[in-house]
Design a protein around this ligand. Structure first.
Ligand code: GDP
Ligand code: MG
Length: 436
């Protein structure tokens, strides 16, 4: 599974202070391997990982996000752009508009025709399904059953085997019966052959469809890409439908098809039911492939608001074991700037579970801030100066209890110890947010 492999690749970067030539090279190599294992075309995998490496090396590492998280965001952006960036709608033009469905036998054409008809019908459009797979009687029956199920009329002729004639009659029928969209389901073969290509090309020439879709089974991996290439060379289709993305399917086909044929994926099919159809969104697909919580939005949020200079300054202090309560206060300010604390914490994978039942909001920081602000500047710089009677006065001054003051001092002491240890191990480049 691609997302599991990518997650493993990112682990290499976890616990590393910054993105360097060395750690990025290792991770990028693993990402490339994961993509190729998931049936992504070798050339495509190489190109995308080269871009990822370049972008990663040019990035400033922020205190609040780990290099692994930052790289996740870069990979997400690259995968999204690899799959076309933005969603592309189908073209529905003409009176009636014709949507031609092409692809190999078993790819899911008939099922998809039904699903698309159902989707359009729900948008209050008048749809006619047309059965042009004339070689197997069962194929016509299959479409009729689906049509009944979704309550869409199916046009079929069973006394001859001329798909073009059927399709033309279907268009006339549509005009006469006020149907605005005609979906033409066609015959496929088990493999690409000349007869099938001639038939589908003929249909396209004479029906003048505003949208020709190529349906492909995503479980066929690298073959899917090759078939897409062949069909596109002959048919010059407008968009791709990826089927059978439910179950154990590898995402590789989705990643390479757009690059190889330069045509957008427009729909995905995720099951046999008529509702199992989705408009293809490259960004959603990338996130699904990455499957790592919403790290991407977290990084975006952090980048939007985090003051880079301040981050660098804090980093330096941490490295020199000089991190004090003033710095802590400043970091709290930064965290609060990022918005709702609970949202922010919830975006970290695994954190939601860990924090279940614990109430975190901006208010949780209020007593901490009050306590720190009740200290003198000297005390903030050197908390060891705070003795028993000072603790009492700080508690009084901040409207908290001695217990709360003691807790904060203890936690801060522990945190500084941890930072010291990390500095000794050479891993102290990261900021506070990554220490817990
Ligand atoms: P056609 O030969 O291209 O018309 O393919 P069909 O529409 O007849 O589909 C072939 C088989 O794949 C049928 O058993 C469908 O139920 C099944 N199928 C189609 N789309 C999907 C899908 O998205 N997911 C799954 N799991 N099965 C599908
Ligand atoms: Mg069929």
């Amino acid at each position: 599974n691609l997302s599991v492999k990518l997650e493993r690749a990112f682990k290499t970067l976890k616990g590393q202070g910054s993105i360097t030539e060395v750690n990025v090279a290792t991770t990028v190599k693993e990402i490339r391997k994961a993509l190729i294992d998931a049936d992504v075309n070798y050339k495509v995998a190489k190109e995308v990982t080269d871009t990822i490496r370049q972008k990663a090396l040019g990035q400033q590492v922020l205190v609040s996000v780990s290099p692994g998280q930052l790289l996740t965001k870069i990979v997400d952006e690259e995968l999204t752009s690899l799959m076309g960036g933005e969603k592309v709608d189908i073209d529905i033009k003409g009176d009636p508009a014709v949507i031609l469905i092409s692809g190999l036998q078993g790819s899911g054409k008939t099922t998809f025709s039904g699903k698309l008809a159902n989707m359009l019908k729900k948008q209050n459009r008048q749809v006619l399904l047309t059965a042009c797979d004339v070689y197997r009687p069962a194929a016509i029956e299959q479409l009729k059953v689906l049509g009944e199920q979704i309550d869409v009329e199916v046009y079929a002729e069973t006394d001859h085997r001329d798909p073009l004639k059927i399709a033309k009659n279907a268009l006339a029928h549509a005009k006469a019966h006020n149907k605005k969209i005609v979906i033409v389901d066609t015959a496929g073969r088990l493999a690409v052959d000349e007869e099938m290509m001639q038939e589908i090309t003929l249909l396209k020439e004479h029906l003048n469809p505003s949208e020709t879709l190529f349906v492909v089974d995503s479980m066929t991996g690298q073959d899917a890409v090759n078939t897409a290439k062949t069909f596109n060379e002959r048919l010059n289709f407008d968009g791709v439908v990826l089927t059978k993305l439910d179950g154990d399917t590898r995402g590789g086909a989705a990643l390479s098809i757009k690059t190889v044929v330069n045509k957008p994926i427009k729909f995905i099919s995720t099951g046999e039911k008529m509702e199992a159809i989705d408009i293809f969104h490259p960004d959603r697909m990338a996130r699904r492939i990455l499957g790592m919580g919403d790290v991407v939005s977290l990084v975006e949020k952090a980048q939007q608001t985090f003051d880079e200079e301040e981050a660098k300054r804090l980093n330096k202090k941490i490295r020199k074991n000089q991190f004090n309560f003033n710095d802590f206060l400043s970091q709290l300010e930064q965290i609060k700037k990022m918005g709702n604390i609970k949202d922010l914490v919830g975006m970290l994978p695994g954190m939601n579970k860990a924090l279940k039942g614990i109430d975190i909001d901006d208010d949780s920081f209020r007593p901490i801030e009050a306590i720190i602000k009740s200290m003198t500047v000297k005390e903030r710089e050197n908390p060891d100066l705070i003795n028993g009677s000072r603790r009492k006065r700080i508690a009084n001054g901040s409207g908290t209890s001695i217990q709360q003051v003691n807790n904060l001092l203890k936690q801060f002491g522990d945190m500084r110890k941890l930072m010291k240890t990390m500095n000794k191990m050479g891993g102290g480049k990261r900021g506070l947010a990554n220490l817990n």
